[in-house]
Design a protein around this ligand. Structure first.
Ligand SMILES: Nc1nc2c(ncn2[C@@H]2O[C@H](COP(=O)(O)OP(=O)(O)OP(=O)(O)O)[C@@H](O)[C@H]2O)c(=O)[nH]1
Ligand SMILES: [Mg+2]
Length: 198
């Protein structure tokens, strides 16, 4: 069972990406599960994802990277025992710190393979987010943890802006693979799916 995080700031496109990836990965005959961490009262995301016939577990009432870490470990262990998927995709809340979740995945030894940390970067709001002092500190902290950074929403931004973001992101995290995707239109998702599977 391989555990992959699809992290990123609020509204960056995590759920849209997970749903699109699920379709691609399911076609390759892999058994999938998804863990969604909703901070709010109504777990809308899990309801949407359930329509696609995947195994979805919700962890609510807080952030899985801090007060609910134990809950995540328990949920992963339970999924492994009773469903045993090939791949688990975790959507942390938009305010989670991916490295903290990563540490807890490492704590579980039984047959769990740690997959990449994918951080979705919102190409539509990226500049606005990075210009804000406080927000940019936080977003950089998420990006620094990434193995793969996916610049999303490239369907609504121009080529120059994409290049600008690529350079910016490479400076923030020189070790990450940087991909350009549109979760909405499916651009770049085959490649991302391959990286999730491999
Ligand atoms: N144009 C465009 N819009 C997108 C794309 N991906 C996501 N969106 C839109 O961005 C908004 C947020 O997408 P979500 O997938 O819900 O983002 P999220 O990161 O899961 O959001 P939270 O869970 O609330 O943090 C929605 O209105 C999506 O339709 C994309 O590739 N292009
Ligand atoms: Mg979401």
């Amino acid at each position: 069972m391989k555990v992959v995080q699809i992290a990123g700031f609020l509204g960056s496109g995590k759920t849209t990406t997970i749903i699109a990836l699920s379709n691609i990965i399911a076609r390759k005959n892999k058994k999938l599960a998804i863990i969604v961490n909703e901070i709010g009262e109504i777990p809308v995301d899990a309801r949407i994802i359930n329509e696609y016939g995947l195994k979805v577990r919700e962890i609510g009432g807080g952030c899985i990277c801090c007060e609910l870490l134990v809950n995540l470990v328990y949920t992963l262990d339970e999924l492994r025992k009773f469903y045993n998927p090939d791949i688990v995709m975790i959507e942390p809340s938009g305010v989670a710190i991916p490295s903290s979740i990563d540490d807890s995945i490492k704590m579980i030894k039984n047959d769990i393979e740690k997959g990449p940390i994918i951080v979705i970067f919102d190409g539509e709001r990226g500049e606005e987010l990075l210009l804000d002092d406080e927000l940019s500190k936080f977003i950089k902290r998420q990006l620094i943890n990434a193995n793969i950074i996916a610049i999303n929403k490239i369907d609504v931004i121009n080529e120059d802006k994409i290049k600008y973001y690529e350079e910016l992101l490479r400076a923030i995290n020189p070790n990450a693979i940087i991909l350009k995707i549109s979760a909405k239109n499916g651009i770049g998702l085959e490649l991302l799916a391959d990286m999730v599977i491999k």
